[in-house]
Design a protein around this ligand. Structure first.
Ligand code: DAH
Length: 334
């Protein structure tokens, strides 16, 4: 092979080896083999060129230098390619630090519900549930709310036309958890001591303190000799357990169709009275509706808004925060 062919072979071998180098170590071996100054293919070529006739040497030497420059440049390009972080789709750079794993948390309302259940369990109340799509008997009638009562106005409730067709009678999203009182008393005999925590629905205009869906905790205790004193004691113990020993509670006279007498009750916390819910002694008509003898049994019932507690405790000023799933809000409770 003459010198020109040797130079051409050197170039194509070097470029192929550079392209095939898959790591920095590979590349270094190729560099030493093709560009090493003391020995290797470059050195061999130089020796060969030294032997060509003097008149051919300038042209061959020029060609040699061009090829050497091209191989050197190709080597540098390959070097920077191999050092560059791999960004091609699907490639994972295992040397990068990992992203912190962000764990979810329990929703603040769920936390409150769990805490309420625990407190009430310690007072001897078990948990009962009822459906969110209700009939008029459980939402109204059995609770002593007659057909002409303003609370039954279709504009004040979410009636569900599709459910009505299926069930063969009017159905609505329950407007209160008091429905569960009826469901429990219908299937059990006294003594009864339950709480029920869940969603209720009302077509209220939505603002910072109103939502068309919110949560209530209903309580019911029925036995022989249950009085208003039991009601007040249970509510005070509940308030103390949740808000601390310094809590006071007060009753204000009120009216509900399903209790007689009825009260609104407030709890004093951080030097303010919080309006918390309604309560009273279960109306004899309600006891009668579920087949309990009002001459033998008495009971108390109460219903309170869960969001309100949670808002007070954590300083939440807009009820809509609870339902919007904005992690910037939820993260505070994780
Ligand atoms: N159901 C009532 C409401 O949603 C709250 C309530 C008041 C529940 C008195 C009761 C009660 O059990 O005795 O406004």
């Amino acid at each position: 092979m003459d010198a020109v062919a040797q130079i051409a072979a050197y170039e194509s071998d070097a470029l192929a080896a550079l392209a095939a180098a898959a790591s920095a170590d590979d590349l270094e071996a190729v560099r030493i083999k093709f560009l090493g100054k003391k020995q290797g293919r470059l050195k061999d070529l130089q020796t060969l060129i030294g032997k060509v006739p003097a008149d051919e040497r300038p042209a061959i030497g020029k060609r040699f230098n061009e090829v050497k420059d091209r191989v050197t440049a190709a080597c540098e390009v390959r070097q920077s390619e191999l050092l560059k972080p791999r960004q091609s789709a699907g490639a994972i750079d295992v040397t990068l630090p990992g992203l912190p794993l962000r764990l979810g948390g329990v929703h603040p309302l769920t936390q409150t519900i769990q805490e309420f259940r625990d407190v009430m369990a310690r007072l001897g109340f078990s948990v009962a549930d009822g459906p969110e799509v209700e009939d008029e008997w459980h939402n109204f009638e059995a609770l002593n709310i007659p057909a002409d009562h303003p609370a039954r106005d279709p504009l004040e409730n979410f009636y569900v036309a599709a459910a009505e067709a299926l069930a063969g009678g009017p159905r609505l999203l329950r407007s209160q958890t008091s429905t569960v009182q009826i469901r429990v008393m219908e299937r059990t005999r006294p003594p009864v001591r339950i709480v029920s925590l869940g969603r209720v629905y009302r077509p209220d205009a939505i603002d910072a303190t109103h939502s068309c869906m919110f949560h209530q905790m209903e309580g019911l205790m029925v036995d022989r000799g249950v009085t208003m004193a039991h009601l007040k004691t249970v509510l005070r113990q509940f308030a103390t357990a949740y808000l601390g020993d310094s809590v006071e509670i007060r009753f204000r006279p009120s009216f509900f169709p399903f209790t007689e007498p009825s009260v609104e009750f407030d709890m004093r916390w951080r030097d303010r009275w919080l309006e918390v819910g309604g309560a009273g002694m279960v109306d004899p008509n309600v006891l009668g509706a579920v087949g309990y003898d009002p001459e033998v049994y008495t009971g108390f019932a109460f219903g309170l808004g869960i969001e309100r507690f949670c808002m007070q405790r954590y300083g939440v000023t807009d009820i809509r925060n609870f339902y919007e799933s904005d992690v910037r809000f939820l993260r505070q409770f994780a």
